[in-house]
Design a binder for this molecule. Structure first.
Ligand code: G4P
Length: 528
């Protein structure tokens, strides 16, 4: 088997989706401990609060104490190579998160057992569904009182509309937490405070019927669990890998990330069953990871990871072949060949120079603004990967420039920031306004800060009467031309030159749609 095919088969590339505070950071840290990537608990946590030390570029971010950046962590586990793509937690940066989800092969959903399914998880799940991404579920914080396990499964099934296949089942909860049963092996793993719960460190009983277990757990609790299990096994679904891989069933684990309990059972199952890189859609055809020619697409651009060098790092997901240090690849959008010289890999978030990378891996390419979100690089056919979305912004501002002579700088800055996906900007057909669109208000602050810091442009934002944006398409050019004339006052071009309808109100949008039945109004757009 060629090296890149064997290497691809052992890759597991995923992201964690959760509502803030469910325990994503804590769980990430435990994974890294198991992967030998960090030695001490607390390292990820402290990075979270002092993140500016490694990757953050903005004082704004420090002031806010939130993370607007996402990173990639690679670690080996059990013969596999796991790539964990972090997603920014703050809701204002959801667009970034959505794009990270286009670069993974599966997702892990973390749910707080006391809170159940929360709003952001619902949104992220919708995004996963667009690509039928397989999802595993970890129900966290079992050391606290929460909803009953049956209730939690029911909530996931009802709210997220995905059948659950419990793989572990808790024995007690909160102060009564005694352990979990692995429903596929029958083993009981005890929860004992002060332990680290690695395979070596856990007390494991072969079955719930083991007589010695009564002493440890208590007859009453065991009876309760037996009853619960009889109920659950009748009502829930056995694990079916095909359904899981099709995004039609989620295996569910219970545990406590902060206590490292139930985490290794999850990780063992994850590396065994989660999918390796699959073929990806591109213009013309699908691209298989087994193809020898290197190819990949950019799903994220992060500016100023190193403030001294003002660099931008484009995060590229490798889709086929292999990357070797110094490789030259075609940058399909510009038609130019680029030497991807000093790409970075992200071994447990240390930035290192990559010698090799294989399908499923992410490399970071330095550039000065030539690379945009959704760009494809390849040494094979000049194809373009598809399926990387832009979402219609929900908030709009008009930009006012303090010094009109800086207009060129402003335009350059806005073009680059929208290529990075940091914001979207629109130029109305009939005015000289520059309109900025965002998903969350914090994005405007980021843009204002970066315009000043990087482009020397002082700009302020003022409210503008725009409710929403829709990209415009029509089957025939003449229909489009007619609409363009009729609706010109509400039309604008986005940074890539695509036509957009800026609706002042919901009613206006509805009327425009009714009056122009041959025109297609879309709320998402694929980068092309
Ligand atoms: P996030 O990345 O999803 O936002 O969540 P994070 O891991 O930061 O966890 C949010 C809070 O929940 C943290 O507490 C963390 O310690 C706690 N937590 C995570 N897993 C568990 C668990 O299994 N049980 C319990 N009881 N708590 C858990 P914090 O007070 O915000 O931070 P810290 O001071 O504890 O670090």
């Amino acid at each position: 088997m060629p090296t890149h095919t064997a290497e691809a088969a052992r890759r597991r590339t995923f992201a964690i989706i959760s509502h803030p505070d469910a325990g994503k950071t804590t769980l990430t840290e435990k994974f890294l401990l198991f992967g030998g990537a960090i030695r001490q608990a607390g390292s990820v946590k402290s990075r979270k609060s002092a993140k500016h030390a490694t990757s953050d570029w903005m004082t704004l971010e420090k002031e806010r104490g939130i993370s607007v950046t996402s990173s990639v962590m690679q670690f080996p586990y059990d013969g596999r190579i796991v790539n964990l793509l972090d997603t920014p937690g703050h809701a204002d940066f959801s667009e970034d998160t959505y794009r990270v989800l286009t670069a993974v092969d599966s997702a892990l959903m973390v749910i707080d057992c006391a809170k159940g399914v929360e709003e952001r998880t619902i949104k992220l799940m919708e995004v996963c569904r667009l690509r039928d991404t397989p999802i595993m579920t970890f129900i966290n914080k079992l050391d606290r009182e929460g909803k009953s396990p049956v209730e939690l499964l029911d909530e996931v099934e009802r709210v997220l509309d995905i059948p659950c296949a419990p793989i572990t089942w808790p024995i007690g909860m909160g102060s009564r937490l005694k352990g979990v049963i692995h429903l596929m092996t029958g083993e009981v793993h005890l929860f004992e405070t002060g332990k680290n719960f690695t395979r070596q460190d856990s007390t494991i009983f072969p079955s719930i019927e083991d007589p010695a277990l009564v002493k440890r757990v208590g007859a009453q609790l065991l009876d309760e669990v037996r009853e619960e299990l009889a109920l659950v096994q009748g009502a829930s679904h056995p694990f079916d890998r095909e359904l899981y891989l099709a995004g039609l069933q989620t295996p569910v684990f219970f545990g406590s990330a902060v206590n490292n309990f139930g985490v290794q059972l999850l990780l063992d199952f994850f590396v065994t069953h989660a999918p390796a890189p699959k073929p990806r859609d591109a213009s013309l055809r699908k691209v298989s990871p087994e193809e020898p020619a290197f190819s990949g697409f950019v799903f994220k651009i992060q500016a100023n990871m190193d403030p001294l060098h003002r660099d931008r790092v484009a995060f590229l997901r490798v889709c086929s072949g292999s990357y070797q240090h110094g490789i030259k690849a075609l940058h399909v959008r510009t038609g130019k060949e680029m030497r991807l010289g000093d790409a970075l890999t992200f071994m447990a978030s240390e930035r290192e120079l990559a010698e090799h990378a294989y399908p499923g891996d992410v490399i970071g390419i330095h550039n000065h603004g030539t690379i945009a979100i959704a760009d494809t690089f390849t040494v094979g056919d000049p194809l373009q990967f598809t399926g990387i979305p832009s979402f219609a912004p929900e908030l709009f501002r008009r930009i006012r420039l303090r010094d009109p002579l800086r207009l060129k700088h402003l335009q350059k800055g806005l073009t680059q920031l929208s290529e990075e996906g940091a914001t979207q900007f629109f130029r109305p057909l009939l005015s000289n306004d520059l309109i900025l669109g965002a998903i969350g208000t914090l994005q405007f602050e980021v843009v204002a800060y970066r315009l000043k810091d990087e482009y020397g442009v002082e700009a302020s934002f003022e409210p503008v009467q725009i409710h929403t944006a829709r990209w415009i398409q029509a089957e025939s050019d003449s229909d489009l031309e007619e609409f363009r004339e009729k609706a010109a006052t509400h039309l604008a071009l986005d940074a890539s030159g695509a036509l957009v309808y800026l609706a002042p109100s919901r009613v206006n949008l509805q009327m425009a749609q009714e009056r122009a039945p041959k025109i297609c109004f879309t709320a998402t757009r694929e980068h092309s």
